[in-house]
Design a protein around this ligand. Structure first.
Ligand code: IVH
Length: 703
């Protein structure tokens, strides 16, 4: 369906637009692109060029026209054709919340004990802001915020920059179709945005700020007067209902409406279900609650809607709220508590992180008493002081953080503005080395390197960890003892430990000492990738270490590789390459490596390069979850890696396959939400046999 080069320009433009729309939908909505990004860019540029040559061919729904418009003075008011309602909230986060709603619906419908259960559409309550999208004859002509429900603001030019929102509906040209839904920001997009903001601020940008949570960031982006800035704030959208409709036969149930919107090309969350009665609601609330942390975005509850539209009409409204819908909450992901003190922690690379010591508070499903304050810049800008009431956020698997201060509640005797240098008197709290902060850096660091016991402890633990040198019997208590007693200062000294020195330690019997020595001895036979990872080079994680080992095949070649040679390794970018170079440019690091080799650490040089077995999984990313019937997790990982695949710890749109065993939890939920292919063990083995071709669905493939 590629346009013929000499066909009329109008036909070529139409064909290119259709192709671009299709590929954008696959990429942004379905998360399943079928062409490389570069090919999309090529088509896009071809259309741009054609439109430049033939301006009369430009249409408002052309994919080149997402970013139009100029900086506004303000937003024009919009009167909603149908008011945008709100929804009653059930704040009882227990199952009883769902039971109460079902009981009320049944009572109002006059249903008795013997009548069948009511059918509900159950979905997520997205934590963003409500938007009305007005499509006329299939074209997006206006997007408005909810405002007071009667009157909102025209934010069309910002909403047009959201790639997930179609500028033209697929297969619907009804005179009027208003779609209602939520604009939100994914957690990864939010974290990346804040990371970028922190960097800008560190580089002196005075007008920038970080955002408190994804909802505020999304709201700020939608109401941004400069569309060029709005465009850089990555937003997403889910449709959940209708507004004004003319000339379209509205389907008879809520779930069928969502199905239709999905067919029109609008994003509709896959995390929805049609359930029967109170039991169905309770099960949904529970299932989503368990998957909540693993979702890629924040939700603050679920929403239940009576599925049948005729019943909805019968139930009607009380004031501005429908009687047929309710939001059922989960425990909040933000809470207020009091900041008791600020501690400063020293990380493996010497980074000094201020950590808030809090009056314990229940947030996002767990009790939190420590939260990160990121760095001094952040702490100062938020003006966090000891004694303050602060807002703590814990969402997803991320570390809890202090997002702001409730200034109204600042006590008269609150502490001084936070000053990390003054607080530490310029010295590392662990080793008393000077602390330093480079120009343009937000973080203070301890300059002590491996002289610093804190850094040594982290480095030692990392070195001995299971995925690195795997020294059995060397845990954090023992590392602490060894370093505090001054028995070891450098990594190679680990291998010089003798039974006499060890048994002199408190609580160390002959037996444990023997075990540790045996563990150390066993660890000497390793792989190049493990050894590299164990060295703790900044920015070199397990996967990068494996890539390096596979690419270079020998440690000497890696140590002597130039930046350019390092950049030839797949997935190694300038920052990683620079870290590797810097590490091996330090004579004392080379010395450590030599001493470790002298201590007897060996591996099979050329491991990776000599391996010529077939690699059917190259470019494929797998996630393992749950217990497989016969393979251990490590064995499954080894099989995948031997076939050229990668194993990642979390499910994202980059995941190709999720291998799930018994008791698979939130990762499986997330895989389903993102419509990733789920395999069981048999499915994985069959895929290996088939040489990695998924289109002959192997036995055991579930999706
Ligand atoms: S339905 C007639 N469904 O919650 C019911 N609202 O007060 C109209 N929200 O700000 C709303 N997720 O933006 C509905 N799945 C969902 C929702 C949802 C989030 C928001 C909505 C509004 C508030 C409702």
């Amino acid at each position: 369906m590629s346009p013929v080069p000499d066909s009329p320009p109008a036909d070529r433009a139409a064909a290119l637009r259709e192709q671009l729309r299709e590929h954008a939908h696959r990429y942004y909505v379905l998360d399943a692109p079928t062409i490389p990004d570069a090919e999309y860019d090529r088509l896009f540029q071809a259309l741009q060029q054609l439109e430049a040559e033939h301006p009369e061919l430009l249409t408002p729904d052309s994919p080149t026209q997402r970013i139009i418009g100029k900086v506004l003075d303000g937003f024009a008011p919009v009167r909603h054709a149908l008011p945008m309602l709100s929804i009653r909230t059930e704040t009882d986060t227990e199952p009883t919340g769902a039971l109460a709603f079902d009981a009320r619906v049944r009572r109002e419908l006059g249903l008795g004990e013997g009548d069948p259960p009511v059918e509900y559409g159950a979905e997520l309550k997205f934590d963003g802001l409500a938007i009305n999208l007005r499509y006329e004859n299939g074209l997006l002509c206006q997007a408005a915020t909810r405002g007071d429900g009667e009157k909102g603001e025209d934010v069309t030019q910002n909403i047009r920059t959201i790639q997930q929102i179609p500028l033209r509906l697929a297969g619907c040209d009804a005179p009027v179709l208003e779609v209602r839904g939520e604009v939100y920001m994914r957690r990864d997009d939010f974290n990346a945005l804040n990371e970028r903001q922190r960097e800008l601020i560190a580089h002196g940008a005075r007008n920038e700020k970080t955002f408190v949570n994804p909802r505020n960031a999304a709201a700020g982006a939608v109401r941004q007067l400069d569309p060029a800035i709005a465009r850089k704030r990555p937003l997403s959208f889910f449709a959940y209902g209708l507004g004004d409709v003319q000339g379209w036969d509205i389907p008879p149930t809520h779930s069928a409406i969502l199905d239709a919107l999905q067919r029109f090309g609008l994003p509709v969350s896959a995390e929805r279900a049609v359930v029967q009665g109170a039991d169905g609601l309770v099960a949904f609330h529970k299932r989503v609650g368990a998957a909540r942390d693993a979702l890629p975005f924040d939700i603050d509850g679920v929403v239940y809607k009576v599925n049948d539209r005729a019943l909805q009409q019968k139930l009607g409204f009380v004031s501005r709220e429908p009687r047929w819908a309710v939001a059922h909450k989960y425990p909040a992901q933000e809470q207020m508590t009091v900041l008791r003190d600020i501690d400063i922690q020293v990380g493996r690379t010497g980074k000094l992180t201020p950590v808030a010591k809090l009056v314990p508070v229940f947030v996002g499903g767990t009790t939190v008493s420590n939260a990160t304050l990121h760095n001094e810049d952040e702490t100062r800008r938020k003006d966090v002081r000891i004694g303050d009431t602060v807002i703590v956020r814990r969402a997803g698997d991320v570390i809890p953080e202090v997002v702001g201060v409730v200034l109204d509640r600042r006590p008269a005797d609150a502490g001084e503005p936070f000053d990390l240098y003054k607080r530490l008197d310029g010295k590392c709290p662990v080793c008393r080395s000077d602390i330093v902060r480079d120009d343009g850096e937000a973080n203070w660091r301890c300059s002590g390197g491996l002289f610093c016991a804190a850094q040594r402890k982290h480095a030692m633990l990392h070195f001995a960890s299971r995925r690195a040198m795997d020294v059995e019997g060397l845990g954090d208590k023992l590392v602490e003892q060894l370093i505090d007693a001054g028995l070891i200062r450098t990594l190679p000294e680990l291998y010089k430990l003798g039974i006499a020195k060890l048994t002199a330690l408190e609580r160390m019997g002959e037996k444990s000492a023997q075990n540790l020595l045996a563990g150390l001895e066993r660890s000497k036979q390793t792989t190049l990738a493990r050894f590299l990872f164990a060295l703790g080079i900044r920015n070199v994680g397990e996967t990068t270490a494996k890539d390096l080992a596979r690419h270079f095949g020998s440690l000497d070649r890696i140590m002597d590789a130039t930046l350019v040679q390092l950049l030839e390794v797949p997935d190694v970018g300038p920052i990683v390459a620079e870290s590797i170079r810097t590490f091996f440019d330090q004579p004392h690091n080379r010395e450590v490596v030599e001493q470790l080799r002298a201590a007897g650490i060996t591996w099979d040089e050329g491991e990776g390069t000599a391996d010529t077995s077939p690699k059917p999984f190259v470019g494929k990313t797998f996630v393992l979850t749950g217990t497989l019937p016969t393979l251990t997790r490590d064995a499954a990982q080894a099989l995948i890696e031997a076939a050229g695949g990668k194993v990642s710890g979390s499910v994202s749109k980059k995941t190709d396959f999720v291998v799930a065993g018994e008791d698979a939890g939130s990762k499986l939920e997330k895989a389903r939400a993102l419509e990733r292919t789920v395999l069981d063990e048999a499915g994985l083995l069959a895929l290996l046999e088939a040489g990695g071709r998924p289109h002959q669905p192997p036995q055991g493939a579930q999706a």
